[in-house]
Design a protein around this ligand. Structure first.
Ligand code: 5RP
Length: 219
């Protein structure tokens, strides 16, 4: 079993009867969702709030009951992957393009559980280019302002066209190399008109499950 699968499946153990659960996006939390599908078939009573259309389709195909975010009185637990995790459990997310809904749902959840394989753990955030979701209108101007914060950004593409998020926006992947003040950068980015949200998740993580190779898991 690979490290992503180990971590993903372990996280499903945190889901208890009657919980409303934020369902993240990506190839690690995929295994959590698959496991939850099996548990639901065996009688687990839960409802999911998906963070992307991809996750929504997966959860539906597995028979997991879903609830619209606007109708969820509360979200007990959100489970999601990450592209990088530092020692304070701050994250870079958005490699899969779902960072806006992921951040909304994580911020609404009473507990936010992150599932990663060991390769995601870093000393300093920033080797993974930081995804920033921006509105298409005037995007090159927004990009110039973001680059002014000290990065080199690239417009994410799908084939020859810009990649479009579930919310109809673009994504810039921003190479900062090393991010020493994640909180400050998060605030600065979100102050730029045209920026919808960025992939820094600061002080949001409550717990982490790390899948290690050779079948080990750390909580
Ligand atoms: C999607 C994300 C993912 O959680 C992140 O990219 C990690 O994905 P994976 O588990 O496939 O490595 O933020 O927007």
């Amino acid at each position: 079993m690979d490290a992503k699968q180990i971590a993903g499946e372990k996280a499903a153990e945190y889901v208890k009867d009657e919980m409303v659960v934020g369902l993240g996006t990506g190839s690690t939390v995929y295994w959590t969702i698959v496991k939850l599908g099996q548990l639901v078939k065996n009688g687990l009573k839960m409802k999911g709030v998906p963070t992307s259309t991809k996750t929504e389709e997966l959860a539906r195909s597995l028979g997991i009951p879903l609830i619209d975010i606007n109708n969820a009185k509360k979200i007990d637990l959100a489970i999601d992957g990450a592209d990088e995790v530092d020692a304070e459990f701050n994250l870079i997310k958005g490699g899969g393009g779902a960072l806006l809904r992921e951040k909304m749902i994580a911020s609404l959840a009473e507990r936010f559980l992150v599932v990663v394989d060991e390769t995601k753990c870093v000393k300093t955030l920033g080797s993974f280019p930081l995804p920033v979701e921006i509105v298409p209108f005037g995007w090159q101007m927004t990009r110039n302002r973001i680059d002014g914060l000290g990065c080199e950004s690239k417009l994410r593409t799908a084939g020859r066209a810009p990649y479009i998020t579930d919310n109809g926006n673009f994504i810039l992947d921003c190479g900062f190399d090393e991010i020493h003040d994640a909180n400050g950068l998060n605030l600065e980015l979100n102050r730029i008109p045209g920026v919808v949200e960025n992939g820094l998740f600061v002080n949001m993580t409550d717990a982490i499950v790390i899948g290690r190779n050779r079948g080990k898991v750390e909580e």
